[in-house]
Design a protein around this ligand. Structure first.
Ligand code: UDP
Length: 338
């Protein structure tokens, strides 16, 4: 039987690369597209064949050595292909495609504040191109959306039926509105072109392969703790987030891919923590001598965030299994080895 082919945009990113791994294990052919604006060749180096090495690797240096060791370990996959491309440009794939998973995006507040225009373009033009590919190939489509579509929520926890509280002209507007536009475009393609589309609203996710310089709170605190730098809590640290370990998220995405649901579904861990609690837990788990210091709260920083995952529980029979402490231990272990 022909293997199913999946195109993953943003496949060299944090979540995208874990998705590549999982789908290869599940027997898919994976075509990964990335332009490395925030993703990195390091995340997919264990999957690449020599001839498919992206320019960043072929240029030599650090990555080349890692690739060598991957070859020696025989860890290259013949079902994996990499295309170095910006998704805002037309996506040209010759073979049959069964799924298009659009995960290309700048997801860290630090990144999207630095690159607001590429952020808006990957959410708008990139989503348009990815949907166009799905339409042409009669493929199923999944949009990686975000809890940011709820903005600074006035309803707690956030169900999918909540329309959100977003400042379109604030500094986070470039991300929030690009994802809201992407959701609207996805639903229009579903209604007009009858594409089997899915929208996954991803809440704060963490785990191995997040960059130390990512800017998001979990890698920031872990990096700071491991380097005896002060942990930078923004504001008083009483804002809340709910952190999902990446393996749990990938399981939810995999289940969602295989069902006939076309409405948005929240995926995230409903256990809510304050940022100060997170800082204290990471301090404890790393046994660091680092202190906690306080910095100004960034503009439009949401005060609280917790997913209502009733829909995922009912429709996907999914709920996260990995507790924050366990997930942080795995992540710290990865940071120590990377
Ligand atoms: N945060 C913090 N210190 C840091 C990085 C982030 O206190 O070094 C806070 C940030 O202000 C926010 C929360 O942690 O309230 C989560 O931030 P993150 O950038 O991970 O993602 P967000 O959920 O805001 O998109």
């Amino acid at each position: 039987m022909r293997k199913k082919t999946v195109v993953i945009t943003g496949g060299a990113g944090f979540i995208g690369s874990h998705l590549c791994d999982r789908l290869l294990i599940e027997g898919f052919k994976v075509i990964c597209i990335d332009n490395f604006i925030t993703g990195t060749p390091n995340n997919i180096k264990h999957l690449l064949k020599n001839e498919a090495l992206p320019r960043a690797i072929r240029r030599g240096g650090f990555f080349e050595r890692n690739i060598e060791s991957c070859f020696k370990a025989g860890r290259m996959s013949k079902n994996f292909r990499f295309i170095e491309q910006d998704v805002t440009k037309y996506i040209n794939i010759k073979e049959k495609v069964d799924y298009v998973l659009h995960f290309a995006s700048l997801a860290s507040p630090e990144d999207y504040l630095k690159y607001p225009i590429p952020t808006l373009k990957s959410g708008s033009l990139g989503t348009h191109n990815a949907l166009g590919l799905a339409k042409q190939k009669k493929a199923k489509f999944m949009l990686a959306s975000t809890s940011e579509v709820y903005g600074d929520p006035l309803i707690h926890p956030q169900p999918e039926s909540y329309w959100g509280n977003v400042n379109p002209v604030g500094v986070r507007g470039c991300y929030d509105e690009s994802k809201r536009f992407a959701e609207a475009l996805t639903m229009a393609y579903h209604r007009v072109h009858k594409i089997d589309t899915k929208i996954v609203r991803i809440f704060n996710t963490y785990g191995p392969r997040m960059k130390a310089s990512d800017g998001r709170v979990v890698p920031n605190f872990i990096y700071q703790a491991l380097h005896n730098k002060s942990l930078t809590v923004y504001g008083k640290g009483n804002q809340t987030r709910s952190f999902c370990y990446v393996d749990d998220l990938i399981e939810g995405i995999f289940r969602f891919m295989h069902c006939r649901i076309n409405e948005p579904i929240n995926l995230g861990n409903p256990n809510e923590f304050t940022i100060l609690e997170l800082a204290k837990l990471i301090t404890q788990l790393t046994a660091t001598k680092s202190k906690i210091i306080y910095k100004p709260l960034p503009e439009d920083d949401p005060k609280q965030r917790q997913p209502d995952i009733s829909k995922a529980k009912n429709l996907l029979k999914w709920q996260p299994k990995i507790e924050l402490k366990q997930g942080l231990e795995k992540t710290i272990h990865w940071f120590l080895g990377s």
